[in-house]
Design a protein around this ligand. Structure first.
Ligand code: ADP
Length: 456
């Protein structure tokens, strides 16, 4: 029943009751023939309805108070169910509606929180930096990758303007252009410390197509640019390496054609030079092909395909080449490969090529003394040591000798027929099978290369 009818009913019942009481009192007084007014009856006739109305309105007021506190709770984000005594009046209906509204708001808040959490997780897990700014250029969001890229970790809360994060006025200028609608998107590449960073700016548009802000996605393109640089250098190096012998061959052929071929001694000398240069070209092309083979990912996977070989057997195949080379230079070769060396997880051809490259280098860069090959058996790896008493390598150049075409002494290497690719090939070969190579050297004392090869 509605409150309106309840109050009306209460009023009628109470008025009736008062009148009845008053009438009873008056009847008693008239019957007793007294002219004295019975105040007790009057007080009772006034207090009873007033008391009943007071009790009812007090209960009503308590329920309303409870509802008032419940709405305050909801506003604070506490969506606990509201319990009011079951009633069918307006307050009861209001409570039911308030409960369903509270449930609805709770679900919306939960969904919103979940979405925000999802977004936060995605942003935090991104490799790319993301920064969002509002229409006046104030920072509203920065993910951790952006802080990392701009080296401003932990400053998120203090940031107001993008310039405080990037210190890049040109980027700020581009963002202003995008925010004012002068430009749809913009890209900028900058250098931060040792890294190259590319920022892509896109506007955030409202439903009506108005610019509401901008989002900046920042990529760290250092590795990409490094690879591009390496590729350019590699092409330049290959061209240079090919051009040198080709120019020489061309020159001598022209000299022979111009008449030098008539002189037998000149002819023989020039033809020998042409032969040497042709061999150098052939070796360079073979080394390039081998390097390309090892750098290809498919081949890397293929190398660890369970092929095994024995180091003694691999050495036997290259022994004649090394011994004759060393003999010609008067250098001793000491090889200590115990019979107990277990098989290695590498194909025999690859192992022979590895031994040849390193032993040939050892002899090549040693003018007197000895070169050696020792083996140590480890738990998981066999350690092969290639040592020599040669010229040695300056310490600052040690990290670079595994780079393609890097030579310590260019003239000497070329003179010895080196291509500058031998160590690079060995390094890639070892990485492909899960091994590694290290080097120690001392100028004028010698060099030691140590290869760790996985046991089969
Ligand atoms: P190269 O064909 O020129 O020998 P490598 O890649 O095999 O090319 O070696 C790179 C450079 O490292 C060489 O040019 C040489 O300067 C240096 N090097 C390699 N091995 C030795 C060694 N055993 N002693 C001294 N220098 C060495």
């Amino acid at each position: 029943m509605s409150i309106k009818w309840r109050l009306t009913g209460l009023f009628i019942v109470m008025t009736g009751l008062s009148l009845l009481l008053f009438w009873v009192g008056e009847s008693v007084r008239i019957a007793a023939n007294t002219h004295r007014i019975d105040f007790g009856v009057i007080v009772f006739a006034v207090c009873l309805p007033a008391g009943v109305v007071y009790l009812y309105t007090r209960q009503l007021s308590r329920r309303m108070e409870k509802l008032y506190f419940a709405t305050q709770r909801i506003a604070r984000g506490d969506f606990e169910h509201i319990h009011l005594s079951d009633s069918t009046d307006e307050l009861g209906q209001f409570t039911t509606e308030l409960n369903s509204l509270s449930r609805h708001v709770e679900m919306m808040v939960q969904n919103g929180t979940q979405e925000a959490h999802k977004m936060e997780t995605i942003l935090a897990g991104m490799q790319e930096g993301v920064v969002a700014v509002d229409q006046v250029g104030r920072v509203v969001l920065v993910n951790s990758a952006a802080e990392r890229i701009f080296e401003r970790q932990g400053t998120n809360r203090e940031l107001k303007y993008l310039l405080e994060l990037t210190y890049d006025s040109e980027l700020e200028h581009l963002i202003r252009k995008v925010l004012s609608g002068q430009q749809l998107t913009a890209t900028r590449e900058t250098h931060i410390a040792q890294r190259t960073v590319q920022s892509q700016i896109n506007p955030i548009l409202s439903g009506q197509g108005q610019v509401r802000g901008a989002v900046i996605v920042i990529h760290d393109v250092t590795e990409l640019r490094r690879l591009e640089q390496m590729r350019t250098e590699f092409v330049a190096n290959v061209s240079h390496e090919l051009r040198t012998p080709l120019t020489s061959i061309k020159g001598f052929v022209e000299t022979l054609l111009d008449g030098a071929a008539e002189d037998p001694s000149l002819r023989e000398r020039f033809l020998k030079i042409i032969q040497a240069e042709t061999l150098r070209l052939q070796r360079l092309i073979e080394d390039l092909l081998t390097l390309a083979h090892f750098e290809g990912r498919d081949n890397r996977q293929g190398q660890s395909s369970g092929k095994v070989s024995y180091v003694q057997k691999a050495y036997e195949t290259i022994k004649p080449v090394i011994l004759s080379f060393a003999q010609a230079k008067g250098i001793r070769v000491e090889v200590d490969l115990p019979k107990t060396i277990p098989p290695l997880l590498i194909g025999e051809n690859l192992l022979s090529q590895l031994l040849l490259n390193l032993l040939e280098n050892a002899v090549k860069y040693t003018s007197e003394g000895r070169v050696w090959l020792h083996a140590h058996i480890g738990q998981e790896f066999i350690h092969l040591e290639f040592g020599d008493t040669g010229c040695g390598i300056p310490e600052e150049m040690l990290p670079r000798i595994f780079e393609r075409f890097y030579r310590v002494d260019k003239a000497r290497s070329r003179e010895q027929g080196g291509t500058g690719l031998g160590l690079s090939i060995v390094k890639h070969m070892l990485e492909g099978i899960g091994g590694k190579i290290s080097v120690t050297s001392q100028i004028g004392v010698g060099t030691i290369f140590t290869c760790d090869l996985p046991r089969a």
